[in-house]
Design a protein around this ligand. Structure first.
Ligand SMILES: [Zn+2]
Length: 187
């Protein structure tokens, strides 16, 4: 399943099309790190049930960048990881016309410790948490939420709710998280 979403509408309005086609590019040539990122992406897509994330070796175009660092302290990324959504704009040919395209990308940070040294399930949880930010999710006050900011208990984490949200984010009728949470309280 190719996950490229087009806003359906009258082209005369010139409403920007939104594409959620995340190409994750690792800012490191370390083959071990590249393999690790590929494995995390594959696991994420398997659990999600569709291709939500892609791995790319090329940093050209609207890629989502993944950074590894010893310490994260620049505000956007603190603690063991960081993630944020990022929008890029470009004009792109479409159906013989030029319509504005809004490319959604994300930017992710991980400490070397969180990326390489955490136990598998904790590394997985940090990865999913930061991807969640990349998909515009905010922190949750629920300690079982993947989007909780604090000490995690991976065994009781509410994975089903998280991946329901991931699938909702990529669905055609997704508007924003505030709208989603009106019909899905308590996440
Ligand atoms: Zn967070």
């Amino acid at each position: 399943m190719t996950v490229v979403f087009y806003a359906i509408g009258c082209s005369a309005t010139k409403e920007p099309e939104i594409q959620k086609n995340y190409q994750l590019y690792l800012e490191s040539q370390d083959p071990t790190a590249q393999t690790k990122l590929r494995d995390l992406i594959a696991r994420f897509n398997t659990v999600a049930g569709f291709i939500a994330l892609n791995y790319t070796d090329s940093d050209e175009g609207d890629v989502s960048r993944v950074h590894l660092a010893t310490i994260l302290d620049d505000g956007a990324a603190a603690g063991q990881g960081g993630g944020r959504e990022k929008f890029q704009y470009e004009e792109q040919a479409n159906r013989g016309d030029y319509l504005p395209v809004r490319m959604k990308t994300m930017e992710l940070w991980f400490t070397f410790e969180a990326f390489f040294e955490y136990p598998v399930e904790e590394n997985w949880l940090v990865f999913c948490h930061e991807i969640g930010h990349g998909l515009e999710m905010m922190h949750s006050a629920n300690p079982k939420s993947i989007m909780y900011s604090g000490n995690y208990e991976t065994k009781t984490a509410e994975w089903d709710i998280f991946f329901d949200r991931v699938r909702a984010y990529f669905s055609d009728d997704f508007q924003d998280w505030a709208t989603y949470e009106q019909s899905h309280p308590g996440v």
